[in-house]
Design a protein around this ligand. Structure first.
Ligand SMILES: NC(=O)c1ccc[n+]([C@@H]2O[C@H](COP(=O)([O-])OP(=O)(O)OC[C@H]3O[C@@H](n4cnc5c(N)ncnc54)[C@H](O)[C@@H]3O)[C@@H](O)[C@H]2O)c1
Length: 328
């Protein structure tokens, strides 16, 4: 197949690109490099050559022209704005980049005969769930514009696939993505990261002074929030499994997580262990909108697809994040 990966220079996109380059598919990448890494693309081109389009998705006519010309079989769509707090301050950026640009991309896909569309969605579409484990049929009640912008794109995809039988989609709702590839120099590069394992790795690598724990009075075993942390290479392989699934099944949605969680304090202890650095930790007030426990019920993706996660190991996730942080 001829496959377009949008956002392929970003964190999850580059890890997924690496895995697709190890298949026989013909791969093209589109990214505006606003957050992505040219260096990651250069490094990955040593695996195998691929076409790179430095292109912003907001240029609708250029995107349509490209898709009509290249006639992709499948599109794997990562490109988006991803910062929850920023989305509360500048919501229109999120509706424009994540919803409007995605809508145009879907339209171009349908007009150019793309058969399969894989969409990066998020556990943020569930908002503050009533139960600790969320399945794909749990209520979708996002509490910030980021989650809402993704949910709107999900709904647009569902409507588009219903109206156009040749266009199938797979929505992947990721839980807490973390870590870095173990045998290649790619990883997470956000300048002001807020994700726990990335921040803990930065503190351990002496790039920040201390780590804040937001709330230690939750009704959990040690008082801190519990999350389902999943290694980025397992998220990446879910996209290959989703593409395979779509070739013989209908459009669908899957949670991508391990189905169990670790507390913030457990993650901090693990990062200290793998780094050997006893960094400073300070307890701060709870953040608004943080559910105490958020764990995927990921039984559906395991049951329906060939997805076979290989890195369900907190020590390995923290170690890979720390090793990446030391050298990036
Ligand atoms: N990181 C996570 O924990 C997480 C969790 C759930 C869902 N997701 C979703 O996964 C996807 C990838 O996230 P990531 O963590 O790799 O983010 P990232 O910022 O590293 O990657 C996004 C990439 O898209 C590119 N991009 C953004 N807007 C663009 C535009 N208008 N035109 C062209 N390129 C554009 C950026 O340059 C970047 O390379 C996003 O859709 C995000 O919502 C991420």
């Amino acid at each position: 197949m001829k496959i377009l990966i949008t956002g392929g220079a970003g964190y999850i996109g580059s890890h997924t690109l690496r895995q697709f380059l190890n298949t026989k598919h013909q791969i093209c990448v589109l990214d505006n490099l606003s957050k992505g890494s040219q260096k990651a693309l250069e490094d990955l081109s040593t695996i195998r050559e691929f076409q790179f389009y430095k292109q912003d998705l907001s240029d609708f006519s250029k995107v349509k022209e490209l898709l009509l010309e290249e006639k992709f079989d499948a599109v794997v769509h990562f490109a988006a704005s991803i910062e929850v707090f920023e989305s509360t301050q500048n919501p229109l950026k999120y509706y424009l980049n994540n919803t409007a640009n995605t809508t145009n991309l879907i339209d171009s896909c349908i007009k150019s005969g793309v058969k399969y569309f894989i969409f990066s969605s998020t556990a943020a579409t569930y908002g503050e769930p009533k139960s600790d484990f969320v399945s794909e049929s749990s209520a979708l009640e996002p509490i910030n514009p980021y989650g809402q912008s993704k949910l709107m794109s999900e709904e647009i995809l569902r409507a588009a696939s219903k109206a156009h039988s040749g266009f199938k989609h797979c929505i992947l709702r990721y839980f807490n993505v973390a870590g870095a590839c173990m045998d290649f120099k790619i990883g997470q590069r956000y300048p002001k990261a807020t994700l726990l394992i990335k921040v803990a790795a930065e503190v351990a690598a002496r790039k920040r002074d201390k780590l804040f724990i937001y709330g230690d009075d939750y009704a959990t075993k040690d008082g801190t929030c519990i999350r389902d942390f999943i290694h980025v290479d397992d998220i990446a392989s879910a996209h290959l499994a989703a593409l395979e699934y779509l070739q013989h099944s209908k459009s669908d949605v899957f949670n991508v997580g391990y189905g169990h969680g670790f507390s913030v304090k457990e993650v901090v202890a693990m990062m200290k262990k793998v780094s050997g650095i006893d960094f400073e930790v300070e307890c701060a007030l709870r953040r608004q909108g943080d559910p105490s426990v958020l764990i995927s019920d990921a039984s559906k993706i395991r049951k329906c697809t060939s997805w076979n996660p290989k890195y369900d190991n907190l020590e390995l996730i923290c170690k890979s994040a720390y090793e990446w942080e030391k050298q990036c």
